[in-house]
Design a protein around this ligand. Structure first.
Ligand code: SAM
Length: 217
C-alpha cells in the first residue's frame, strides 16, 4: 500500500466513523508519563481526535498535535475547545514526516499508533524531524503494532493499531513494524530506556504490540 493509499484509507475511516481508537483518555502508559514529568512543551504525533494532546494540556503542557486527516484535526480542535484547553493545544493538519513549520524545543513527544503506519523512508523522515524538534534529554513515548518480519527496505507500511484501535488500512491483513526495526531506526540520537511487549485485544482480535520509552540523546 502506498503512502497515498494509507492516507486515503485513514480518510475513509474517519469519514465513516470507523475509529476504534477513539477513547476519552489516552492509554495508561501516556497518563503515567505525562503526569510524572514536569509540564513543558509536548508533541502528539498522529494525534487523531487529540485524546493525548488534550490530556497533556489539561495537565499543564503546551501541546502541538499533528495529523494528516482534516476531519481528525477539526474534531480535535472541537474537543479541545469543549475541554477548555484550546489556548494550550494547537492542532495542525500535516504529515508527521514534514514538520518544518514547528520550531522545536519540545520536552516530550508521544506517538500512539502512527509510526507503524509509515513506510521505511517516511519512518526515517519522521525520526529526523523528531530529533530536530526534541530537546536533548526529552522523552519520547511510542506505541506500535508489531509484526515479526517487515522489511523497511521494502517500505512496507504498517497498520493503525493502538490501544482501543484495530485492524489495518486496506484490509490486507495484519500490519505493523518489526520489533527488531525499532532499535536501529532510533539508534542515532535516541536512547531506548525501556520497552514492554504485549498483546493488544480489540473485540475478538489480538495482535502483538509494544511500548517504547526513549530519551533524546
Ligand atoms: C491509530 S490512530 C491513533 C490516533 C491517536 N494517536 C490516538 O491514540 O487516539 C493513528 C493516527 O495517525 C494518523 N497518521 C497516520 N499516518 C500519518 C502521517 N503520515 N502524518 C500524520 N498523521 C498520520 C492517522 O490519521 C491516525 O489519526
Amino acid at each position: 500500500m502506498t503512502d497515498d493509499a494509507v492516507f486515503q484509507r485513514f480518510m475513509e475511516r474517519y469519514a465513516s466513523g470507523d475509529i476504534p481508537w477513539d477513547d476519552g483518555l489516552p492509554p495508561p502508559e501516556v497518563v503515567a508519563l505525562a503526569t510524572r514529568l514536569p509540564p513543558g512543551r509536548a508533541l502528539d504525533l498522529g494525534c487523531g481526535y487529540g485524546r493525548t494532546a488534550i490530556f497533556l494540556a489539561q495537565h499543564g503542557w503546551q501541546v502541538d498535535g499533528v495529523d494528516f486527516v482534516p476531519l481528525a484535526v477539526a474534531e480535535a480542535q472541537n474537543r479541545a475547545r469543549q475541554a477548555g484547553v484550546a489556548d494550550r493545544v494547537h492542532f495542525h493538519q500535516a504529515s508527521v514526516t514534514a514538520l518544518g513549520f514547528l520550531p522545536g524545543h519540545y520536552q516530550l513527544a508521544v506517538d500512539v499508533g502512527c509510526l507503524h503506519a509509515l513506510d521505511g523512508t517516511a519512518q526515517r523522515a519522521y525520526r529526523d524531524e523528531l530529533h530536530r524538534l526534541l530537546e536533548p534529554g526529552a522523552a519520547y513515548l511510542l506505541f506500535a503494532r508489531l509484526v515479526e518480519e517487515v522489511s523497511l527496505a521494502e517500505g512496507a507500511p504498517g497498520g493503525e493499531g493502538a490501544p482501543g484501535g484495530e485492524g489495518a488500512p486496506g484490509g490486507e491483513g495484519p500490519r505493523g513494524m518489526a520489533e527488531a526495526a525499532i532499535g536501529p531506526l532510533f539508534a542515532d540520537g535516541f536512547v531506548l530506556e525501556k520497552s514492554a511487549i504485549g498483546l493488544t485485544h480489540v473485540g475478538e482480535k489480538s495482535w502483538k504490540s509494544g511500548w517504547f520509552w526513549f530519551t533524546r540523546g
